[in-house]
Design a protein around this ligand. Structure first.
Ligand SMILES: Nc1ncnc2c1ncn2[C@@H]1O[C@H](COP(=O)(O)OP(=O)(O)OP(=O)(O)O)[C@@H](O)[C@H]1O
Ligand SMILES: [Mg+2]
Length: 273
């Protein structure tokens, strides 16, 4: 089932009351390992509002996944802090997280993978199963509910991971290249699905992608990061009206895509070694 805002879509996309969801305050992160120190992030300051859809693009190795893990509470920044509605996060995971790879539990079937977070929340078995099946259908995998990850393609496994993050009622969705392994057609379908879910349940989304067009298509804003150590080169609003036509980028969106490319192609946006 694809959630496609049609009649009444204008109401879904009515203007939001701005309220801050979280703030990254002068974040920096340096990994210390056997090979020495790697400075991944440098002085990242970013405010994200409730229900805002923020996309992050930047060269490989610039610290995008590290930033998402810090916002999720899986990693502590070595400099600066993340504040959720004024409160510093500790070590607990905040938000549904779709990781870049290995996002499924190999010992659980597809439906149990999706239901996993609901189990942790103590949702009763019948409701857990029903909701997990609903989200499996949304990601186009209801026929594969009993399959295990090793029986699924890479893209199917990625969709299980997306379903698992979305099914939980967290107000924040953190997505690290969630559509990276999908074919163009499935990718488009998942983009549409995500926009539909986002419009309906008013979540805040932080979305990392290598696909500039996807960032402009989905986001209220695109954050462009430099090469490592990653810092913010630009914070570009995407004022295009919603619902958006995911099959066609208009002139305004196309101009933003060009701007992002220019920034990434500039010497400071170099690809990291
Ligand atoms: N656990 C770690 N230990 C040491 N260095 C790390 C660790 N994780 C990441 N790094 C380094 O930090 C930098 C940023 O990595 P990160 O995975 O955040 O980049 P990214 O922007 O997500 O890249 P990609 O687009 O390829 O996914 C890289 O140089 C990487 O080598
Ligand atoms: Mg990454």
């Amino acid at each position: 089932m694809i959630v496609r805002p049609a009649a009444g879509a204008a109401a879904l996309y009515s203007p939001r009351v701005r309220a801050r969801h979280f703030r990254c305050d002068h974040l920096g992160h340096t990994f210390a390992g056997d090979r020495g120190h790697v400075m991944a992030l440098d002085d990242i300051s970013l405010d994200v509002d409730v229900n805002e859809f923020v996309c992050i693009v930047g060269p490989s190795g610039c610290g995008k996944s590290t930033l998402l893990r810090i916002v999720a509470g899986l990693e502590s920044p070595t400099v600066g802090r993340v504040e959720f509605e004024g409160e510093e996060i500790g070590h607990r995971v905040r938000g549904g997280l779709v990781v870049q790879e290995h996002g499924t539990f190999p010992w659980l079937s597809a439906v149990d993978n999706v239901a996993f977070g609901l189990k942790l929340e103590g949702v009763p078995v019948p409701e857990r199963r029903a909701r997990a099946m609903e989200y499996l259908e949304r990601v186009g995998l209801s026929a594969f509910a009993q399959h295990y990850p090793h029986e699924l393609s890479v893209g199917m496994r990625q969709r299980v991971g997306i379903g698992r993050a979305m099914v939980v009622n967290t107000p924040l969705l953190l997505m690290d290249e969630p559509f990276g392994a999908l074919d163009a057609q499935t990718r488009r379908r998942m983009q549409s699905e995500l926009l539909g879910i986002w419009a309906a349940d008013r979540r805040t989304v932080l979305f990392v992608t290598h696909d500039i067009e996807e960032a402009v298509l989905l986001g209220d804003r695109v954050i462009v990061m430099s090469g490592r150590p990653g810092h913010i080169l630009a914070n570009i609003p995407v004022p295009c009206a919603r619902p958006r036509n995911i099959r066609h980028l208009g002139d305004e969106a196309r101009a933003i895509v060009d701007d992002v490319w220019r920034l990434l192609d500039a010497p400071s946006g170099r690809i990291s070694p």
